[in-house]
Design a protein around this ligand. Structure first.
Ligand code: J9Q
Length: 236
């Protein structure tokens, strides 16, 4: 599943261009028993299986030997702190990150205390394992590595890099199913287009994710727009 995700889109382009180096390690190849067991019954009883610590610890040891010490060993789990764009920015500055994907009901907690340097969650939903969260994190980090995304303006203008939701986008035709494109976008007035996009982004953020505005670093112009929007909407 992870290999399939790495072979597509922005990540595969970054790997092809030598800007990213991503290696997937199969836990089963770090087992020593006949059945190549990566899980076992939980101490204390109960349903489900728990991932054994030894194969994971051996896998990280192998990473240290082959590729040098990682700058972070990240355990993906619903118990982790939330992975945000700010986390992506911090991680994109690291040279080497190891992502540990748990499966089944959980992982022996000594992997967290002895091997992991941090624990991250991509959101509050139940998944079958950490593989898709790991791919999400690789994608978010890869886009921030210079050269991976062709046009760096796309990265700078990306929704969360400004702390706001995006404004709407349109392309041809100018009328589709009876719905037209806002006139200002057809006007050729670059400054008016800039102001419309900024104000629309702020309005959408206020309507859909008001909590983002508390953290967003609005400049004087942005704050004036927010005041205008609130006046237009009337008393809350
Ligand atoms: C390993 N649900 O969920 C959200 N972020 C990470 C996870 C997760 C999960 C199950 C196993 C990670």
């Amino acid at each position: 599943m992870v290999e399939a995700g790495l072979a597509e889109g922005v990540i595969s382009r970054g790997i092809e261009r030598g800007l990213l180096d991503v290696k997937v390690h199969d836990l089963r190849s770090y087992t020593t028993d006949r059945h190549r067991s990566v899980d076992d019954v939980p101490y204390g009883g109960g349903p489900g299986m728990v991932m054994k610590p030894e194969p994971l610890a051996r896998a990280v040891e192998d990473i240290r030997t082959r590729r040098g010490d990682p700058d972070a060993v990240v355990l993906l789990s619903p118990q982790g702190r939330r992975f945000t764009q700010a986390e992506a920015v911090k991680m994109s500055a690291l040279r080497h990150v190891a992502l540990l994907c748990g499966r089944y009901e959980g992982m022996d907690d000594r992997i967290r205390t002895l091997v992991a340097t941090e624990e991250l969650s991509i959101g509050d939903y139940v998944l079958s394992g950490g593989e898709l969260p790991a791919l999400v994190i690789v994608d978010a980090i890869s886009r921030l590595v210079p050269g991976v995304v062709g046009d760096s303006r796309s990265v700078d203008e990306d929704s969360f890099s400004r702390g706001l939701l995006d404004h709407p986008h349109y392309t041809r035709p100018s009328e589709f199913s009876g719905h037209t494109v806002p006139g200002v976008l057809l006007s050729g007035h670059h400054e008016e287009v800039r102001l419309w996009r900024k104000k629309t982004a702020i309005r959408r953020t206020l309507e859909r994710r008001p909590e983002l505005l508390d953290k967003a670093a609005l400049d004087d112009e942005g704050r004036a727009m927010l005041d205008e929007i609130k006046k237009e909407r009337g008393a809350p």
